[in-house]
Design a protein around this ligand. Structure first.
Ligand code: CA
Length: 245
């Protein structure tokens, strides 16, 4: 079902492989997205500057430059959602792209369903951020989890849970970026501050404790999902509720 929207989201596809471009065009046009295609990095940067899209779908391996350099340039002036589509399945390329400001990634080959889900999350995240003007809502709810950011109170199915300051900070950073994958490096920087990027064992320990407190089944988490080898993502559980009151 295609919902009526005031303006259909415009996606710029930056991709040099014709079969992938055809696949993306067919999948996305059917959903009502407006599409532009750039086959080189240079062309992409020109198009982004002249008419910024609502979302950038970016291949990391471009003929004239590394896609990650496009992220650096765009992030100097824009927060438009960037979804990495990469054939490289090496963890370090994905992680580096995310650390440099990309919002999410898909590794080729991926399904249309996966692609559409990631696009919806990225666009929703962007809409929420614009609506909130970066101010987090005072009350955050996702399924049985309720976080009162004014009172610093966390409840699960109505029962209050007591978090340490680090666990609370970890949780608030994750919910500030619902649906978005946060790398280990980003979480360490946000929670512990710069200079703690190497202390990933700390992160694992505190994450395990946090999950024990807020997840009904900590080994099958529903709120804080593991992105294997990359980081964590807070599940976008109530997609259609949008802005939390
Ligand atoms: Ca390529």
């Amino acid at each position: 079902m295609v919902r009526t929207m005031p303006d259909l989201p415009r996606i710029l596809i930056v991709e040099d492989e014709a079969p992938i471009v055809r696949f993306l065009k067919a999948s996305l046009a059917a959903e009502g997205y407006r599409l532009d295609v750039a086959e080189t990095g240079k062309q992409a940067l020109m198009m982004i500057h002249s008419q910024p899209p609502d979302l950038l779908s970016l291949d990391l391996g471009l003929p004239d430059m590394d896609g990650a350099d496009i992220i650096d340039q765009v992030r100097q002036w824009s927060r438009l959602p960037i979804l990495i589509l990469s054939a490289r399945d090496q963890e370090k390329d994905k992680i580096s792209a995310l650390d440099r400001g990309a919002d999410d990634y898909l590794t080729k080959p991926f399904s249309v369903g996966e692609l559409l889900a990631r696009l919806r999350v990225a666009l929703r995240h962007q809409a929420r951020q614009s609506a909130a003007g970066d101010q987090p809502a005072a009350l955050f709810q996702s399924g049985d989890l309720l976080v009162d950011l004014d009172k610093r109170r966390v409840t699960v199915a109505g029962d209050e849970v007591h978090l340490t300051p680090i666990e609370y900070r970890l949780l608030t950073v994750l919910i500030a970026h619902v649906g978005k994958v946060l790398t280990h490096h980003m979480l360490l920087r946000e929670v512990w501050g710069p200079g703690h990027a190497e202390e990933s064992h700390q992160l694992r320990v505190h994450m395990a404790n946090l999950r024990r407190k807020i997840e009904i089944h900590p080994t099958q988490p529903r709120h804080i999902l593991t992105e294997q080898g990359v980081g964590y993502r807070f599940a976008d559980a109530n997609p259609e509720c949008g802005q939390q009151a």
